[in-house]
Design a protein around this ligand. Structure first.
Ligand SMILES: [Zn+2]
Length: 200
């Protein structure tokens, strides 16, 4: 089996180096992305929507040009193990999901997806074996079209300097940056002076 341009074993190594370990979700995700890519017309510029923040975004970033950083990958919070690829202008494409009805032959995959066993009791080797054996057989695929609102590019607009912290921030957040307005996630935030004397 190939996943993108990789043999299955090669893909496991790529996942290890990018994700830290051969996470089952990134491996299944690779199979799903590969399946979706095959249904995209040649040469079309596409974006990706990922419906979970766990594992699957990394498979998309490994196998397509879509990354969080370049803005072509959006991760929304619906929490389903599914992704779609769609053309940038019309929003038409395909959605690939894991189909629980197809997991009967692959109990270890079902245990993993539904968290039926604690991680310590999951058989990692058997799971990877079943993933390789199953391939696309555990997936479903649909034609989709993205709502026009979600195709628009949302600009950050003008940038200002925050009157409190002095950093640049999107002006439409108000008179101060969101950190200074109380949305900071830091309990401590202490400046470290720089050796190069750039601090004033
Ligand atoms: Zn600020």
């Amino acid at each position: 089996m190939k996943i993108g341009r990789y043999l299955f074993e090669e893909y496991l190594d790529v996942v290890k180096s990018f994700h830290g370990f051969a996470a089952p979700g990134v491996v299944i995700g690779g199979i799903m992305v590969d399946f979706a890519l095959e249904h995209m017309p040649e040469g079309v510029l596409f974006n990706a929507l990922c419906e979970t923040s766990n594992c699957l975004p990394d498979a998309i970033q490994l196998l397509t040009p879509c990354t969080i950083g370049n803005g072509w990958l959006t991760v929304n919070g619906v929490g389903l193990f599914a992704l779609s690829l769609y053309d940038k202008s019309e929003g038409r494409g395909v959605r690939v999901f894991l189909d629980p009805k197809k997991l009967e032959l692959y109990p270890e995959i079902r245990n993993w997806l539904f968290k039926l066993k604690p991680k310590s009791e999951q058989n990692r080797d058997l799971l990877l074996e079943q993933i390789q054996e199953a391939g696309r057989n555990i997936c479903g695929i649909q034609h989709i079209r993205i709502m026009p609102d979600y195709l628009k590019k949302h600009s950050k607009g003008a940038i200002s300097t925050c009157a409190k912290c002095g950093e640049a921030y999107p002006q439409n957040n108000g008179n101060l940056c969101k950190n200074c307005k109380g949305e900071s996630r830091y309990t401590d935030n202490v400046k470290i002076s720089m050796k190069d004397g750039m601090d004033l």
